[in-house]
Design a protein around this ligand. Sequence first.
Ligand SMILES: [Zn+2]
Length: 367
Amino acid sequence: MENLVLYRKYRPQKFSEIIGQKHIVQTLTNALVMGKTAHAYLFTGPRGTGKTTIARLLAKAVNCQERKSKDFEPCDKCSACQEISQGKSLDLIEIDAASNRGIDEIRELRDGIKFSPNILKYKVFIIDECHQLTKEAFNALLKTLEEPPAHAIFILATTEIHKVPQTIISRCQKFDFHKLTLDEIIERLGWIAKQEKVDIEKPALELIALNADGSIRDGESLLGQIMSMEDKKITLEEVQTILGVTDIKAVQDLINYLAEKNNGAAISHINQIIAQSHDLVQFAKSLINYLRKMLILKVDPDLSKLVAIELTKEQLDIIIRQGDKFSQADLIKIIRLFIQAGNEVKLADFPQLPLELVVVECCEENY
Ligand SMILES: [Zn+2]
């Protein structure tokens, strides 16, 4: 269940408050300063990365009555800004295509668009999850996009660009939204916790951010969920219990024991994880995910971009150092063994046994 309390409360109201997506903010704000905004935009990228937030901000900036011509930020105080912030403006039309696929809505939109805005300078149409529109609706939309009236701006958003017809894409200025980096999410959630006067341990914050998997909305939802269950002090252990996952430190420790060929410590570590009532299936998953990153960094450090997004700078350094302790061939062997063990954990009578076997095999073998 999504907890959207924090997401709504702290939704950015200015471009300067947007987290990440620097390339997009830069281009849009430049266009605003030069008075050269387009009539159709297509925002594409993973969920929770700021597409509708930026779409609403753009609607506000083009309509703000107090915005100076050389500035891009909406004032957030005039009646236009206020109406849009509160979702009350008749000239900002938001269509959620996921629940509203019909051609009727788009037809209505096409007919309604002929009329000038009621109050604001521009009528702005935000069509979220636009890939869900029916073929007929797309056709109706296309007709509108071919000759958009001067007073209208369309912002289409989608998580699945491959389902959007090329004819639509080619009529829009397209922006690719990226997953947010771990550090960006940590910074944002840390800031929110501070506003809420909640004390949260850094590793706890990191674990929440990691689970958000690049989506700020998921991160804020998770933080809200945890804050509603906990007191004003949140520890790593509490977050682990709530998430039912093991943290990256437990994975790193196990890999250190493997590198030292210390099978006693490794086995006792696995049993400790169970004793702390962590889910071993989840642990095996985290372990394999971590080893994958290690292998990628070992194969080519230039590929760090591929994995860095999910790791803090500190974690990235540790993973590279740990990777140096294994040959590439060994690492491949270890990953294969753990993938197999990960599947066996689910079915085993003693879920720790498949992992223990791998550990012994890795430590005993003469590499
Ligand atoms: Zn304003």
